[in-house]
Design a protein around this ligand. Sequence first.
Ligand code: CTP
Length: 400
Amino acid sequence: MLKNKKVIVGVSGSIAAYKSALLIRLLIKAGANVQVIMTEAATGFITPLTLSTLSKNPVLIDFTKNKEGEWNNHVELGLWADAFVIAPASANTLAKMANGICDNLLLATYLSARCKVYVAPAMDLDMYRHQATLDNLKRLQSFGNGIIQPGNGELASGLYGEGRMAEPEEIIAFLEKEFSKGLPLAGKKALVTAGPTYEAIDPVRFIGNHSSGKMGFAIAEELAARGAEVTLVCGPNSLSLGNKSIKRIDITSAEELYNASTAAFKTADIAVLSAAVADYKPAVTAKQKIKKTEGSRSIELTPTRDTLAELGKMKKAKQLLVGFALETNNETENAKSKIKKKNLDLIVLNSLNDKGAGFKSETNKITIIDSNNKSIKFELKSKAEVAKDIVDVITKRLKK
Ligand code: CTP
């Protein structure tokens, strides 16, 4: 969402300026182009050298670049940016912004900016609660600026309460959500399951499978890139998410996957269940490590709860439910019968007979079948491309 976006980070004089270093790093990592503007007061809290190194751009502080008077053009800056985020926004900077005061480069750029401006207030509890600050924030909001609410917690003064600047990760998630407005899936909530489940035999052993989680992660990223608010319930994996707005819930067992998914489904518009869930678990999990004994031994298994089937029962008219089927034989017939059995809208079929499809590979070859038995076959593609195809079909279905 933030890739190639042009973002001005305004840093004003607050101890929370140290957090702007991490914010800038996260923006750069997300692919944004960052220009930092600091107030003179901010340079007492963090050095311009730190922020210019992290942002890969010289930091701007004054109206002029040098003694010769080369201008730092605030009008151009204001036109260049896709977003202007002032973090931290001190009580003083907020007050000046609310009253159109323009005595530094940051404020001049604010007045010139045509893009949306966001402020992340940072100050002590009593300053934040002061009627003057609250009025200024209201006024700024009435001008169309976005407020990134501060958190509650320990403040630099030692007091405890509201006024602590939102964490950099929260600011990134906020911005990602803002940039998603207007996208095809904006306002939609999606649940995705991914990865394997591990069913414990004893404290050191489990029954699992080879699922890497890559397909589900790619679907979650694609849904989020199109504006959906995504919850990803995932089993053990080594993957990380690019889009920070995705809510990730790590689970281990089929039971945990069931609990997290049924809870998230209540408010979801879309659910894509790509996790490779164990169908059985040991009837008893030994509390101690099972010791080796002579001869063979067996483990009694009991069925796990089928999350997809349960969501099929819970499903309301406007919810779209997508299942996966990984088959080795009678592929199409098996997939079609799962649509009926689990009350699905769509099923994504992949066959282990197709080279390059399935668990461990970077690619996948799928067929999407709908509840009217209409099917679309796709070529072998990277999992990111496959995710695009799946989300294309979902997006079209939601428009109907
Ligand atoms: N699934 C689930 N919970 C389970 C088992 C499966 O949510 N306990 C979901 C998977 O995420 C997938 C779909 O059900 O979307 C199909 O899983 P699969 O194991 O292929 O189907 P089963 O109904 O278990 O049938 P079988 O194993 O006999 O093919």
